[in-house]
Write a protein that binds this ligand. Structure first.
Ligand SMILES: Nc1nc2c(ncn2[C@@H]2O[C@H](COP(=O)(O)OP(=O)(O)OP(=O)(O)O)[C@@H](O)[C@H]2O)c(=O)[nH]1
Ligand SMILES: [Mg+2]
Length: 348
């Protein structure tokens, strides 16, 4: 099981202090108490969202603080409430109290909201303490402090994107380029024996898209009948939204016909029987730094004919990696939007 984890500290806003004041107006001798109440401090709220899929953002930004309430003022003016802070988490996030280890909440659906640190109440101003026998109270309250908590967030990762292709085409090299995953990379087939997951974040904090990529063992002809490592690990990409299909266009592959390579892989996906061959797919020409021009041209023609987008990359020089990363992020984001469930899964 692959788990994404983050620890955060949250503090709600303190309440504003109550105010002590007396009316001072011309022709109104001995005006009454007029100190307003302090405003309530902002809450820290957690909300589940379909558009978020990892906790990577919280690992880089572990502290959150909501605004404090303003102090009360004279003329019975109540202080403004502090603004809330809303933290968006992926569906599937489980929140634990870091100190007690207790489970606080389990986000099982989108748009669930929980207050994870409550803002302090504002203090009462002296106007609130006036009674018939005590008409000029000099008493007012300070605001209450906001709650502070430490939480541990846990999310079982589900891959959004599956990397597929023959062995040795550079799948593990690619995931190590775009995520923090560090799988074994070597110049022989079947280096990867078990799936590796990597978390990729694209864009700035405000507009961030993050997704999970699965690097799986390479496929070969006859994999569905047990050749090579077989196809059982394809179940790890059954629930992905997008497949990224790497095709080695260098001479290192030892296979002369890239179009046949593509057909073999698609055939193996189809034989697996979970509809993998119908998933949206981005095609990638890998090892472009040492490309065989004829192979690249043949793959380009094939993709044009089948209306598939082709990206050319070199995981060694870095060429084309950013473009590919952004294209994947954009596509994943679009596939996550609820209306896209109706869309044609073949459209690239
Ligand atoms: N020249 C060149 N070599 C590359 C590139 N990408 C990967 N390689 C090399 O290709 C070999 C295989 O890379 P891996 O990332 O292990 O390939 P893989 O697809 O994960 O292979 P399996 O795990 O066996 O399925 C390694 O020697 C890499 O250094 C590239 O863009 N250019
Ligand atoms: Mg590998």
């Amino acid at each position: 099981m692959f788990i994404d984890e983050a620890k955060i500290r949250v503090s709600a806003g303190d309440g504003g202090n109550g105010c002590m004041a007396f009316r001072r107006e011309k022709f109104v001798p001995r005006g009454g108490p007029s100190g307003g109440d302090g405003g309530k401090g902002g809450d820290v709220i957690m909300e589940s969202s379909e558009r978020h899929n990892t906790l990577v953002h919280f690992r880089f930004n572990p502290e959150y603080k909501a605004e404090r309430g303003r102090h009360g003022e004279g003329s019975n003016k109540t202080g403004r409430e502090g603004a809330d802070v809303i933290l968006k988490v992926p569906v599937g996030t489980i929140v634990y109290d870091e100190e007690t280890g207790e489970k606080v909440f389990d986000f099982s659906a989108a748009d669930q909201r929980v207050i994870i640190a409550r803002g302090g109440r504002g203090g009462r101003g002296n106007a609130q303490f006036a009674t018939s026998v005590h008409q000029a109270p000099r008493q007012c309250e300070p605001g209450r402090p906001g709650e502070e908590h430490a939480y541990r967030l846990e999310l079982k990762l589900l891959a959004d994107v599956g990397l597929i292709g023959y062995p040795n085409v550079g799948k593990s090299t690619l995931i190590s380029r775009i995520s923090a995953a560090r799988p074994k990379i070597a110049d022989y087939p079947f280096t990867t024996l078990e799936p590796n997951l990597g978390v990729v974040a694209v864009g700035d904090a405000k507009d961030e898209i993050s997704f999970v990529v699965a690097d799986i063992p390479g496929l070969i002809e006859g994999a569905h009948t047990g050749s090579g490592l077989g196809t059982q690990f394809l179940r790890h990409i059954e629930r992905t939204r997008l497949l990224v299909h790497l095709v080695d266009v260098s001479d290192a592959s030892g296979r002369p016909d890239v179009v046949k390579d593509v057909d073999v892989i698609l055939g193996e996906l189809a034989s697996f029987g979970a509809g993998l061959e119908n998933k949206p797919m981005i095609m990638v020409a890998s090892k472009i730094d040492v490309a065989n021009k004829n192979k690249l041209a043949a793959l380009t023609r094939y993709c044009k004919k089948h209306k598939l987008k082709l990206y050319e990359i070199s995981a060694v020089t870095g060429k084309g990696i950013d473009e590919l990363k952004y294209a994947i992020a954009k596509k994943v984001d679009r596939l996550r939007a609820p209306e896209s469930t109706q869309a044609d899964p073949q459209s690239a």
